[in-house]
Design a protein around this ligand. Sequence first.
Ligand SMILES: [Zn+2]
Length: 293
Amino acid sequence: MCKRFLWNGDKEGKGKALIAWETLCWPKAAGGLNITDMYVWNKAAILKHMWNLCKKKDKLWIVWVHTFYLKGRDPWGVDIKQASWMVKKILKAGQWLIEKGLQVTEIMEETNFSIKKMYQVLKGEYNKVPWRRLTCNNLGSPKWVFALYVAIHRRLYTKDRLSNWGIIGDDVCALCKAEVETHQHLFFSCNFSKQIWHKMLNWLLITRGCEGWNEELEWAIGYAKRKSIVADVYRMALAATIYYIWQERNLRIFQQKERTTGMISRLITQEIHQRASMIPRLTGYMRNLNFYP
Ligand SMILES: [Zn+2]
């Protein structure tokens, strides 16, 4: 569903990857979605086989490998040409640890081996991204937060990108019909979306004008650092506004339907109220926002 939403409403759901898979496999604080990288997980699982081998656990296949191939040698030092594919793979796994600058002997001699821990070791260090507070623990609906996440990566299929790839010929914004549709324009230098976000900021009792996505994002990162209910509601509102602006843009392009800025901002506030009503610590604050922008 998410994919279809992002791929311009294409029902087939086909298309290029929005964001590189490797990025998605990083922890959330590092800008990923914490999806398990199966390639790396598989390496960790193979290393567990190797560890079992070193521990000479009482399993038939291990006894067999020891008897026929190792004959008293360490599993990571040998190169056995006639072994089966799987056995060779296990015997070569020590290289992955060496590449990471780790001591194979130390790891193999440990009393426990956790695939999860090994996965983290193989995955390596990561840097936290400055915008992590906008998406981590955002109380908005998952589809809003996902839209925000993709917009932060500037990976929505905006018309400037599609036209650069030669997929479409027209790159004019469907909302204002005046300028080129880019991330910078849609959020929120566009006259149409600017009005919506301006209404939302007023509703949040934040007095400030709005500019393009680069400037908004920078300001949002600073504001979201606060640990307060006000910032919680702001983060939800930002995600919801991105989502509904993108939805409006798709409705106009694919279904020839149009809503006014007033209709959209009312819809966003209703949706936020509805979600907030399920979160007890927000209900008190939300009473202050019991009006339409
Ligand atoms: Zn526009």
